[in-house]
Design a protein around this ligand. Structure first.
Ligand code: MG
Length: 256
């Protein structure tokens, strides 16, 4: 079901987005060579408790998950690209780390993700991160009243195709509101001028994620973490946005 949010509800969603942005900043800044990913999860969990927020992940148990997620942040390292379940793993020099975080504040959800390299980066890793950031910006720029969902998908896909990146279509953007995942679905590739017309009050996550060598994934033995089938590394950039008459509003904006 597609739901439209009122301006006052969008203010509430912006509050949730600001919190999600702060948690991503804190976990990003704490991520470094020698840090255990469980420490980053604990940091996010402490911030959730201090805020009186609720994790969207800890009890999350969709059909594709082996069991409830049990952690509050997805940390996907190197060939892990989505839904990375934090493990007892110490970050190594050059690791490509994607942080994906969603929480509910006063009953309203926001969902956002970013990728970084800890230590000395490989040039191709910086490139794949940048591509997801450029694709996210392009997708958001296309999220205007009068456009359609397909315009967002095409804008994201065009960035990938220009760099010969193949796009996985299994997971993409999604409606965000009282819960983390709702309609509409926003594929990371598609045809312009097709699909749902964009109206003021629509709130959804836009989340390009690309892998360097493939569009195929498999599920790790942990039942959650999705890895590239060829072992190549991936990156992920996501914001929750609202469509307004004045253009797209990034609800999960970070100050840095
Ligand atoms: Mg997310």
């Amino acid at each position: 079901m597609i739901e439209l949010r009122t301006p006052s509800e969008i203010v509430e969603l912006q509050t949730a987005g600001a919190f999600v942005g702060r948690v991503l900043e804190a976990t990003r800044d704490a991520a470094a060579v020698g840090v255990n990913t469980l420490e980053l999860d604990a940091l996010a969990h402490d911030m959730i408790r201090a805020e009186g927020a609720e994790s969207c992940y800890i009890d999350y148990h969709p059909s594709f998950g082996a069991s409830p997620f049990g952690k509050v942040i997805c940390i996907s390292v190197n060939d892990a690209v989505l839904h990375g379940l934090p493990h007892d793993y110490v970050l190594q020099d050059g690791d490509l780390v994607s942080l994906d975080f969603a929480a509910s504040v006063n009953g309203w959800v926001s969902d956002s993700a970013l990728s970084i390299v800890v230590g000395t980066p490989r040039p191709e890793d910086l490139k794949i991160i940048e591509l997801t950031e450029v694709a996210l910006a392009a997708g958001i720029a296309a999220a205007t009243v009068g456009n359609k969902i397909g315009d967002i998908s095409a804008a994201i896909g065009d960035v990938a195709h220009a760099s010969r990146i193949k796009v996985n279509m299994d997971f993409g953007g999604h409606g965000v509101g009282r819960v983390m995942h709702g309609d509409p679905h926003i594929p990371n590739d598609g045809r312009a001028h097709r699909g749902l017309p964009l109206r003021a009050g629509l709130v959804f996550a836009v989340e390009p994620w690309f892998m360097l060598g493939t569009d195929k994934i498999y599920t790790d033995a942990d039942g959650w973490t999705l890895r590239s089938r060829d072992g190549s590394r991936g990156a992920h950039s996501e914001h929750t946005i609202a469509i307004t008459e004045d253009g797209p509003l990034v609800l999960s904006a970070r100050s840095s």
